[in-house]
Design a protein around this ligand. Sequence first.
Ligand code: DUC
Ligand code: ZN
Ligand code: ZN
Length: 492
Amino acid sequence: MSDLSSPSLAQPQTPSQPDAQALFDLVIRNGQVVTAADSSHCDIGIRDGRIVALGENLGAGREEIDASGKLVLPGGVDAHCHLDQPMPEGMKMADDFASGTRSAACGGTTTLIPFAAQEKGQSLRAAVEDYHRRAEGKALVDYAFHLIVTDPTETVLKDELPQLIREGCTSFKIYMTYDDLKLDDGQILDVLSVARNEGAMAMIHAENSDCIGWLTKRLLDAGHTEPRYHAAARPMLVEREATHRVIAYAELVDVPILIVHVSGREAVEQIRWARGQGLSVFAETCPQYLFLTAEDLGIDGYEGAKCVCSPPPRDEANQQVIWDGLSDGLFTIFSSDHAPFNYEDPLGKKPGGKEVDFHYIPNGIPGLETRLPLLFSEGVGKGRISINRFVELTATNPAKLYGLYPQKGSIAVGADADLVIWDAQREVTITNAQLHHDVDYTPYEGMQVTGWPETTLSRGEVVWGNGAPSQARGRGRFLPCGKPEMARPRVR
Ligand code: DUC
Ligand code: ZN
Ligand code: ZN
């Protein structure tokens, strides 16, 4: 098994001597180049941070990397992660743009889309400006912003949201649960209508708030306070109902939507039904619904808090439903939903330094760096999905869904040279010590995977190689997103 932090175990790159006649800044030679559509054995020529040639026996580069025996994939696009998001008093995310983008790069991801979140009562534009300040000078790889709309006032609906969409924040998330975030049904219709008029992609956190509140109270009244009751308070029914409801609203408004972090069969059934009706309902799932179950919330007393996320992980039968949806096309994208809270931290999973009742545990788990290796190993390695589908789910489709394609998400002439040289044979036992986030645990501790990114390039520069991340903090750029093709209402 490999220790990823040890430089001696990383495959050395082989930069050639500087060559005055060089046609390219960098050539990656002899890799198996894989896109969502096909695979071919060829060289990649890079100039000024972009791919300028694909072919056999390309001319010299000022530097060269030998990728013989390796896959060359588009850099991952993680279209759902939370970094340095403002939190209610007494909570703090463990990763900011520096540690989050570093960890992502070490896991083969070259584009991140975290959330500029509006607090109720706050202007949406102020939330975006604040989020730019949080990102400034920190990111190692490129990033865009989704918005989170929690307070759709008239100003937000008429001015701020349309303007921000036109300026390149072309997607937004809304919540159907959490008192400080949720919209009521009329507000959901209002913001979906803005998405339709402006060509934005609406992302929906679909859980029924009142059912969760009612169940939570009954559980607490009965003395059921441990982390595992988080799952009991959010059964699949609450996800199914909200998914069904928002699909109906999207149908009424006639606008495409994406259901985020789909956890199991009941929501999947709603989405399959909607697709059968010809509705543009896209779906995202995440590693926690493939590799964790509700039983993980019950481990060792309070330790289960490490796996508290919403919707909660389900059971093995539901893991299989998620795998089926990944292989048969139901899911459009596979994201980490990295929501980083330390376990041993009074601002994290132990608020105020205490083991608290389940409904006070901050929701979310880390996963930026393990997203690609887990899906590659268990998906591609075990024959559940093809390597092309892997690329589609983790890079190409997220870029398309959020208006970053073809600059990001593929390997093509003209695209940014965001690439991963992937060692498909490398065996790794995941430990938190080897990861590069600032979170004090990984829920995947001890899992064995085969396949790991050997080198990650962002716009032609190595950001992870020889077993170490680049120190070039701040080189990552903000990406204004285009209006996504997939957000256009279908002609029906
Ligand atoms: N939803 C997310 O998308 N992330 C973390 C918690 C949540 O409820
Ligand atoms: Zn959510
Ligand atoms: Zn999330």
